[in-house]
Ligand binder design. Structure first.
Ligand SMILES: N[C@@H](CCC(=O)N[C@@H](CS)C(=O)NCC(=O)O)C(=O)O
Length: 328
């Protein structure tokens, strides 16, 4: 049975899930969720993912609604493939657990929103620049209003909408202090990872082959999924200079260069900084999907009207008679 992955190409947590499915090479259907159109809070999606976030994975009746759970589930359904989360018999498995938990503490959303709003702390930021604190607050308020209306209209989803409103109200993604703290915490985590890579690669910075280890093990694990997507986020958020460039953390730089060669990474993250592919196309697709019943209705109406006008002035077309002859 095919998997369906609901995601947005520009979303950080979606990239984790996508990188994982691409790594496993399992067949999956893509359903892109358009955030700007509010698709993630539409009732049909809230019934799949009550938190209204991406990613979500559907496999028959089974639904996974968190990127880490999706990664673990992929391990479960591919018992013969190397494990993202290897068991204790595999050398380096303890480091996988430790570094994954460590990277899980990074507030990536705070860093993304902070980089959008406080450009002075970024360099070559690739995130859309029409975004600022005022715009962010207006969008969050508008989303809150929309969710209140949806909660009234769909009593079965009321609790999910109210929980989501609470989550939104309880966080302050545009707070400058929180952003700077998150960056600082990230700095020290990147330092630990640099040391880990230094031990593993011991002076090797390029010409990697399949026999060279990844962050913790000989194969690509969940820790690599977390690190690869994180480094990619730093690129988009204009944080490369701070995190690894100019010889600051040469192993991290080498890691990013190496992971960029990986097909799975290119497929999972490649379109994230393409405004057309990651924002405009999903928005257009969503609008067409939504307008489809109306478009169909309008087309049938316009065709019938055209035919009626034609018949009025020119009589029945020949194919009409032919069809009638065939029938009777
Ligand atoms: N813990 C979740 C987090 C998912 C998440 O927060 N996704 C973001 C996109 S990167 C989202 O959908 N945010 C929209 C919102 O919070 O309303 C996971 O790991 O999948």
């Amino acid at each position: 049975m095919a998997l369906t992955l609901y995601y947005n190409p520009a979303s950080f947590f979606s990239q984790r899930a996508r990188l994982a499915v691409e790594e496993k090479g399992v067949a999956y259907r893509s359903h892109i969720i358009s955030h700007p159109s509010g698709e993630a809070i539409e009732p049909w999606y809230m019934r799949i993912q009550p938190k209204g976030t991406v990613p979500a994975l559907k496999h028959g009746e089974i639904i996974k609604t968190d990127s880490k759970d999706i990664i673990l589930y992929l391990d479960e359904i591919t018992p013969d493939a190397p494990k993202f989360y290897p068991d204790s018999r595999i050398h380096g498995s303890d480091r996988v657990a430790y570094l994954t938990d460590l990277m899980q503490t990074i507030s990536v959303e705070q860093i993304s929103f902070g980089s959008l709003c406080y450009r002075q702390y970024t360099q070559d930021c690739k995130l859309p620049n029409r975004f600022d604190v005022k715009y962010a607050k207006q969008s969050f308020d508008a989303m809150g209003d929309k969710m209140r209306k949806l909660a009234e209209k769909h009593p079965d989803l009321r609790d999910s909408y109210m929980d989501k409103i609470k989550v939104h109200e309880g966080r302050d993604l545009t707070n400058k202090e929180n952003f700077l703290v998150a960056l600082k915490e990230c700095d020290s985590i990147m330092e630990e990872i640099e040391e880990e890579l230094a031990q593993k690669w011991n002076g090797k910075f390029d010409n990697f082959t399949d026999s060279d280890p990844w962050l913790c093990c000989d194969h690509f694990t969940i820790a690599d999924i977390y690190l690869a997507t994180l480094l990619h986020r730093f690129v988009l958020a204009g944080q490369v200079k701070r995190m690894w460039s100019d010889g600051k953390r040469p192993y991290l730089a080498a890691y990013y260069a190496r992971v960029q060669q990986r097909k799975s990474f290119q497929r999972a993250c490649g379109s994230a900084n393409n405004l057309y592919l990651s924002v405009l196309l999903p928005k257009l697709k969503h609008q067409i999907r939504k307008a489809f019943p109306r478009l169909m209705g309008f087309s049938v109406f316009a065709a019938s009207l055209g035919l009626a006008v034609y018949v009025q002035y020119k009589g029945y077309p020949s194919w009409w008679h032919n069809n009638l002859k065939l029938k009777f």
